[in-house]
Write a protein that binds this ligand. Structure first.
Ligand code: DTR
Length: 343
């Protein structure tokens, strides 16, 4: 009798277990993760977000669901870092140069280091992240690091030379504002998401950013003049709340990590292709007047902003960062990139 009872109980438990277990496991995944982004859906930071999600869905057979919030609809630039750390969003994407002092190592990417494309800068920034694991990002799970293409000038007023740059006020951010000031330009630090309003109100005459924004942010409509100066890039980080990361099943975490390198390449390529298309489109559709700076002008910028590299070294060392090692690694990874990806 007792045996029959025990056997039935065991069977019932096993049955219950097999039906309930997946439900319990799935419950942790049933709620979609919230991915916050600051610029509009039409821009590359939001496009890379959609591509990342599609890749992760495919690799995990839709084991996790992710809901997107572009255009600051969940967190804006100001709230992004704290919002992800506190779990208001599970994932967030932002540019590290928007928070002066918060990313002392990654500020190096806003310096004139001679990056020629987003693909190159993104590769190097991601490798530097993996090699140095900077303290400034330790409170998050870092899903990706990439960078914009070199920054150029787009202006409502004619701008053909470095002398013209001195006569206008440009929107930039962090070290890129400093680089403009080093050549006696006037910069106001404003995040990309707030730039259309600043342009519209005439707070700035133009924008210092990469060409993709001519189309994606529709700057070509207002800015009919451009000067290619190949100024520094803006580094980005995609960060995840640590608790969210730790609660994900091991196989999902592995799939996410396994895709990371490929995503950096994907994003670099996306930015470079969008930049070229945007420039062509602006010239054809809006009669965008492009001046290509001379080598002498580019050299002048590099010399003027050399002191910014020295200032960064000092600040970084004060924060315990091995600045020389970081700069040496940047050179090393630039070389690796040139050898592996441009031949
Ligand atoms: N250049 C940085 C980054 C950037 C380039 N394109 C976009 C589009 C949307 C947001 C940021 C960016 C900047 O100017 O902020």
């Amino acid at each position: 009798m007792l045996q029959v009872f025990l056997r039935n109980t065991l069977l019932t438990l096993l049955l219950l277990g097999s039906t309930l277990m997946p439900t319990l496991v799935d419950a942790t995944l049933a709620k979609p993760l919230r991915y916050a982004n600051f610029p509009p859906a039409s821009t590359f930071p939001s496009m890379q977000m959609d591509a990342w999600i599609a890749a992760i869905h495919k690799r995990t057979q839709n084991k996790i669901q992710i809901q997107t919030f572009p255009g600051g609809t969940l967190l804006n630039v100001k709230g992004m870092l704290r919002g992800v750390a506190r779990g208001q969003a599970d994932i967030g994407c932002t540019s590290m140069l928007y928070y002066p002092g918060s990313f002392p190592l990654f500020e190096v990417f806003g310096l004139p280091l001679g990056f020629s494309s987003s693909s190159e800068a993104s590769f190097v920034a991601w490798e530097v992240f993996k090699a140095h694991k900077p303290k400034e990002l330790a409170r998050y799970k870092v899903l990706s690091i990439f960078a914009s293409a070199p920054s150029q000038i787009m202006s409502t007023k004619p701008v053909k030379t470095l002398e013209d740059v001195k006569k206008i006020t440009l929107r930039a951010s962090g070290p890129i504002s400093d680089a403009l000031e080093a050549i006696e330009g006037h910069a106001v630090s404003i995040p990309m998401s707030e730039t259309p309003e600043a342009l519209q109100k005439g707070v700035v005459d133009g924008v210092c950013s990469s060409w993709d924004t001519l189309y994606d942010m529709n700057y070509a409509e207002r800015c009919q003049h451009g000067l290619s100066l190949n100024m520094p890039v803006y580094p980005f980080a995609v960060i995840m709340n640590k608790k969210t990361w730790e609660a994900l099943p091991e196989d999902v975490r592995q799939s996410i990590d396994a895709y990371a390198d490929e995503h950096v390449r994907y994003t670099g390529n996306l930015v470079d292709t969008s930049g070229k298309k945007a420039l062509d489109w602006a010239i054809k559709k809006h009669n965008f007047q492009l001046t290509v700076s001379t080598t002498a002008e580019q050299e002048q910028i590099r010399t003027a902003s050399q002191k910014l590299i020295d200032a960064w070294k000092k600040k970084a060392k004060d924060k315990g960062i091995d600045a020389e090692a970081v700069l040496a690694d940047i050179k090393k990874f630039q070389k690796i990139y040139q050898e592996q990806y441009t031949k």
